[in-house]
Design a protein around this ligand. Structure first.
Ligand code: NAP
Ligand code: GDD
Length: 341
């Protein structure tokens, strides 16, 4: 009998964690995920693959843990001995990181070190993926690739730069199979509701239904390289299947402004966003990242990776999904999956 590969995912309840868990289960993996204790259910995105742990052949197993709690991470890694570890957990909101910088450094920065130390100290033979970010490039002009120097513009980005380099250091110092995926922005209808794309797609659905009449945003001129999250999680998996550990930029190679996102999103329902959108300075950042556009030619050459969804399709699918979600909510068709503690 061939034993299934096991993977451990931190941040499994987030956008990327949920898509990655689906991908790995479809490839026959047994998937273990770290979730935080919360006063309400925080595993909504896992509903499509969640099975009651009492059922036979459950391939998704959730464990309580926290990136600020090194003991929980060390115990899990030692006990599970996973073949692959995808470290996606983080305080991932850039604007919020200015308000909770120390917590962001603790989780987004030091969380990575805690996991790497747990791997090193336990001697577990595993492959490690670090969710690095295009935010690390910050003020460096586009196009950005693996050789572009970092110039972080937020506590979040600074914490990610630490996590990036500590991953490289553990690879060089201890020979760990540890890689950085430097991913540019990627979105979907599972994107957190306070990131700009999802904030817009949800607002479009609500304005169309007459439930909202204003959308308050910050900097409309920022340019981002926006891709589709399911495409991007497949690149994570590819990076851990290589014979040599290496770092890769993952991006679409196109950038668009927040204004362009608004144009396409409101056009989808034949509305003019200028009638609904107002700029509220509270959403501006003390220091902004003006322009991100990635050059993912190395990933295409080495991993054979290419994005399948482009900007107009991404906007359309997010708006359509939020319209459907709202209609389901209004019709009382949404019933969450219940689970045990
Ligand atoms: P996300 O939706 O915000 O998910 C973050 C995950 O981390 C959630 O599962 C969250 O749990 C968990 N988490 C937060 N703090 C934690 C803590 N103290 N202990 C344990 N878990 C904790 O983020 P995402 O968009 O899926 O992104 C995944 C990773 O890629 C993140 O590291 C992010 O910084 C990075 N990244 C994202 C993008 C992007 O465009 N999406 C681009 C580059 C890099 P809760 O559900 O309980 O909050
Ligand atoms: N969130 C938010 N809310 N952003 C706004 C708003 C608003 O009301 N109005 C304008 N923006 C602008 C931000 O100033 C930023 O320039 C751009 O929209 C994108 O903001 P976010 O969607 O919050 O994403 P981000 O680029 O700051 O960070 C995301 O991508 C990074 C990769 O580059 C996050 O997913 C990070 O975790 C990730 O590392």
């Amino acid at each position: 009998m061939i034993l299934a590969k096991t993977a451990l995912i931190t941040g499994i309840s987030g956008q990327d964690g949920s898509y990655l868990a689906e991908l790995l289960i479809s490839k026959g993996y047994e998937v273990h995920g770290v979730i935080r204790r919360s006063s309400s259910f925080n595993t909504r995105r896992l509903d499509p693959i969640y099975k009651d742990p009492h059922e036979a052949n459950t391939r998704l197993i959730l464990h309580y843990g926290d990136l600020a709690d090194g003991v929980s991470l060390t115990n899990l890694i030692r006990d599970l001995q996973p073949h692959e570890i995808y470290h996606l957990g983080a305080q991932s909101h850039v604007r919020v990181s200015f308000e909770i910088p120390e917590y962001t450094a603790q989780t987004t920065g030091l969380g990575t070190l805690r996991i790497l130390e747990a791997i090193r100290a336990s001697g577990v033979q595993t492959r490690f993926y670090q969710a690095s970010s295009s935010e690390m490039f910050g003020a460096a002009p586009p196009p950005q690739n693996e050789h572009t120097p970092f110039h972080p513009r937020s506590p979040y980005a600074a914490a990610k730069v630490f996590a990036y380099w500590i991953t490289v250091n553990f690879r060089e110092a201890y020979g760990l199979f540890a890689v950085n995926g430097i991913l540019f922005n990627h979105e979907s209808h599972r994107r957190g509701e306070t990131f700009v794309t999802r904030k817009i797609s949800r607002a479009v659905a609500r304005i169309r239904a007459g439930l909202q009449d204003k959308l308050y945003l910050g900097n409309l001129d920022a340019l981002r390289d926006w891709g589709y999250a399911p495409d991007f999680v497949s690149a994570m998996w590819l990076m851990l299947q290589q014979s040599k550990a290496d770092d890769f930029v993952i991006a679409t190679g196109e950038s668009h402004s927040v204004r362009e996102f608004l144009d396409l999103a409101f056009d989808r329902v034949r509305l003019d966003w200028h009638q609904f959108v107002e700029v509220d300075p509270r959403y501006l950042r003390p220091s902004e990242v003006d322009h991100l556009r990635g050059d993912a030619s190395k990933a295409e050459r080495v991993l054979g990776w290419k994005p399948s969804v482009r900007f107009p399709e991404l906007v359309a699918l997010m708006v359509d999904a939020d319209i459907q979600l709202l209609e389901d909510e209004l019709a009382g068709r949404l019933v969450g999956v219940d689970r045990e503690s």
